[in-house]
Design a protein around this ligand. Structure first.
Ligand code: ZN
Length: 493
């Protein structure tokens, strides 16, 4: 082996960090994983591991059990090959070309001016180290290396489930040391579309642009229970309350940038009879004061502003405007049910992520999440009812089901034992209200007993990404301990 001159020399476990470092020299942006696929295939061949690849390009390596552990349940270890390749604009380094400059800063490993790819290079490095370390006791293993995780879990979505015959899956893509994750939310997109014919604006109307902005926004899953304002809903409410005093015609309503984020900006153009402009402004101001008060404790920067706009083209009638604003009011947004297993965790939520005006049609795009698949139909029925009451339609796209926590899981019991043996205290067992690859894989391979953990990784997907070095070692020790526990003669199958 070549002499180590890297920033990582001296770090333990040495083989793990060496594999990690080699991965940082291979370009692996999402959808362009060919170099790293070739690299791990080559590595697998050197270790005589049978490998299969599906049409989505995910890899599954077979690892035989250590002696005496052949009858243990087969465990699937899973991580993703791709990484988010971000860089500071003036950095000489570039992950898309395999140029990552490692920097050790105290207890942290980071990259100079770029993402590090600890998300999820630590998983691949751990799998490689494991195969090479004869001291680790384990049953039969499958190493599932997925592609294109960072672009909507594409690889996992394309997984050929028939390649997986393990009964336990350990996902190595969690980012909080000390935690065992045992559940996550599934996701379903919906689009309410309402088409109503429009007519020219005509004379005697002034146009005003009303904008909702200044809210905190955030992730539409993990931040949904924090009482933050949704700009589309705020705008809809302000307009609806103003309409009650001064009916007007809606020219357009648009807001939100992504289904994944709570909208921070939304704007509408309204056509108002010129002699009612002052009354409209007054009514809107009154409505805004009440809305701001409602969010005084949770999202105090929120505001609704008004400015002149150009009055051109056409608009919906007053009656249709009322119907459209009623629909915005009916679309639920926020947490709908809390987890029965974990305090403070949302089980089911829905978030109105986008409003789009296109021609005669207003589209309202929502993302509904739940770890409880059986809770989903009621939410979809609500959205469907809102669409039908407005004479519109609902499109539903089910992305993947939820991963419902099973606190009686044998894999969890083994992981708890291993954790306590290693660290002398119990782990935090938790679930997340967001999507993980495990949920998608669990959909493809029914009956898998699943678990996820990882080292402490902060600011992933940004040039500030860093991994805590001591928790890298803890991650390794936990993985080894869990595999030993799960393969102990007589362990639950
Ligand atoms: Zn990841």
């Amino acid at each position: 082996m070549a002499a180590t001159t890297s920033a990582l020399s001296g770090l333990e476990p040495r083989a793990f960090w060496e594999h990690f470092e080699k991965l940082t020299r291979i370009a692996r942006p999402s959808r362009q994983e060919e170099p790293v696929i070739e690299y791990v295939k080559q590595w697998g061949a050197e270790h005589n591991l049978a490998v299969r690849q599906d049409d989505a390009r995910n890899l599954v390596f077979e690892v035989t059990a250590t002696e005496g552990r052949e009858s243990a349940p087969k465990v699937v270890l899973q991580g993703h090959l791709d990484m988010v390749c971000e860089r500071d604009p003036d950095s000489p380094n570039d992950p898309t070309e395999g140029r990552i400059a490692l920097v050790v800063d105290g207890d942290w490993l980071t990259a100079d001016g770029t993402t590090l790819g600890a998300d999820d290079g630590v998983a691949i490095a751990a799998m490689m180290t494991l195969v090479e370390d004869p001291s680790v006791q384990h049953g039969p293993l499958q190493l599932l290396m997925t592609v294109a995780e960072e672009v909507g879990l594409e690889g996992a979505n394309g997984l050929d489930g028939s390649l997986i015959d393990g009964t336990i899956l350990i996902n190595l893509d969690s980012e909080e040391d000390g935690k065992l994750t045992v559940g996550c939310a599934g996701s379903t997109d919906t689009w309410i579309r309402i088409s109503r014919s429009r007519e020219p604006l005509g004379d005697g109307a002034v146009a005003l642009k009303v904008t909702a902005s200044g809210g905190l926004g955030g992730h539409s899953g993990t931040n949904i229970h924090l009482g933050r304002s949704n700009a589309v809903k705020v705008l809809g409410r302000a307009l609806r309350e103003a309409y009650a005093t001064v009916p007007f015609r809606l020219v357009s309503l648009d807001g939100g940038k992504s289904r994944n984020a709570i909208p921070r900006d939304a704007h509408a153009v309204c056509a108002i009879a010129a002699d009612r402009e002052a009354d409209f402004r007054q009514a809107l101001e009154t409505a805004t004061a009440t809305i701001r008060d409602a969010f005084a404790k949770t999202d105090s920067g929120l505001n609704v502003g008004i400015e002149p706009a150009e009055a051109t083209g056409d608009a919906w009638s007053e009656t249709d405007t009322a119907a459209l604003l009623d629909t915005v009011a009916l679309v639920p947004t926020g947490p709908l049910a809390m987890s029965p297993d974990f305090d403070g965790l949302v089980e089911t939520s829905t978030s109105l992520g986008e409003a789009i005006t296109e021609g005669d049609t207003l589209t309202l795009h929502s993302l509904t999440r739940s770890s409880n698949d059986s809770a989903l139909p009621e939410v979809i029925a609500t959205l469907d009812a809102a669409a039908r009451l407005a004479g519109g339609s609902l499109e539903v796209k089910h992305n993947y089901g939820g991963w419902r926590p099973n606190l009686e899981s044998p894999a969890l019991a083994a992981a708890r034992t291993a954790y306590e043996n290693q660290f002398g205290e119990p782990p935090v067992v938790t679930a997340v209200h967001a999507g993980l690859e495990s949920a998608v894989i669990g959909d493809k391979v029914p009956g898998l007993d699943m678990l996820s953990f990882g080292p402490q990784i902060e600011f992933p997907h940004s040039p500030d990404e860093r991994v805590s070095i001591p928790t890298g070692e803890r991650f390794w020790r936990l993985l080894v301990g869990v595999l030993e526990e799960l393969s102990k003669p007589g362990a639950a199958a």
